[in-house]
Design a protein around this ligand. Structure first.
Ligand code: ADP
Ligand code: MG
Length: 261
């Protein structure tokens, strides 16, 4: 595991946290059948925050962020995303999905569509953006993630790192207010991890609100303003990175850190 996420100088001055609330979760519980997967989750995310969610495998990290863009339903408590209460109302779900971008471990690009088509599909069909404008926006974000020359290729022709950068560009094409990342570098070879982290760091520098499930503790130290530790479906502890790593409070956090650092 790399200690530093990047060799670049990171400009934290632009990473300002606002007083506006991006996501508010209160008393949230979720079950898969009889299995109580998330317990009494309370979490307020302010605009501009970069939150890293850490914890052992199976602790509920993916399920928590999937609840935030309604990929999973919750059964108890409340989730409010940018002022919209998450209910099972389909209209709300469309709105949430276009405001909350999500990047997965395995990229989830459409293999039969070109890179450009992957990036224009949802803007055209969900956001009803005219095709020409959608193409312009897509090229803008492909340039931003530094692969405009790949626009007419298919996902299978790209490296894992390039595919993940396309997945990030595709999310950005929907102009999300919040970005969720679920272990975006876990499926990548080491030399590709940095290029994806660099893209995420640039997003952070532009003030994007980000919730990132990741094992990249270098990224957590350098970029996050808050680290959340989950275990067995609960938020056990949260703190700014310095305190989280140097002075963990709970025994479960100490044990986890001793295993990964
Ligand atoms: P993490 O991302 O922290 O590894 P997950 O959120 O993926 O954890 O999973 C939390 C727990 O919920 C695990 O025990 C997992 O097996 C279980 N789980 C996840 N998805 C489902 C599902 N669709 N149905 C039943 N159990 C699930
Ligand atoms: Mg997971």
């Amino acid at each position: 595991m790399s200690d530093l996420a990047t060799d670049r100088n990171i400009d934290r001055s632009k990473m300002q946290v606002s007083e506006e609330i991006a996501v508010e979760i209160s008393g949230m519980n979720k079950w898969f059948g009889a299995f109580h997967v998330l317990r009494d989750i309370d979490l307020t995310v302010y605009e501009g925050e970069r939150i890293v969610i850490a914890g052992p495998s199976g602790s509920g990290k993916s399920t928590l962020i999937r609840c935030i863009n309604a990929l999973e339903e919750h059964q108890k408590g409340k989730i409010v995303v940018d002022g919209t209460v998450l209910s099972n109302d389909l209209k709300n779900i469309d709105r949430i999905r276009s405001e909350v971008g999500m990047v997965f471990q395995h990229f989830n690009l459409f293999p039969h569509l070109t890179i450009l088509e992957n990036c224009t599909l949802a803007p055209i069909w969900v956001r009803k953006v005219p095709r020409r404008e959608a193409v312009e926006t897509a090229m803008h974000f492909l340039e931003k993630v530094k692969i405009p020359e790949q626009a007419n290729k298919y996902p299978g022709q790209l490296s894992g790192g390039q595919q993940q950068r396309v997945a990030i560009a595709r999310s950005l094409c929907m102009m999300p207010k919040i970005m969720l990342f679920d272990e975006p570098t876990s499926a990548l070879d080491p030399e590709m991890i940095k290029e994806v982290l660099d893209t995420m760091i640039e997003l952070a520098e532009e003030g994007m609100t980000m919730l990132c499930v990741t094992h990249e503790m270098g990224f957590a130290r350098q970029v996050a303003n808050r680290v959340i530790f989950m275990d067995q479906g609960q938020i056990v502890e949260q703190n700014e990175p310095e305190e989280f790593f140097n002075n963990p409070k709970s025994e479960r956090t100490k044990l986890f850190l001793s295993q990964i650092l």
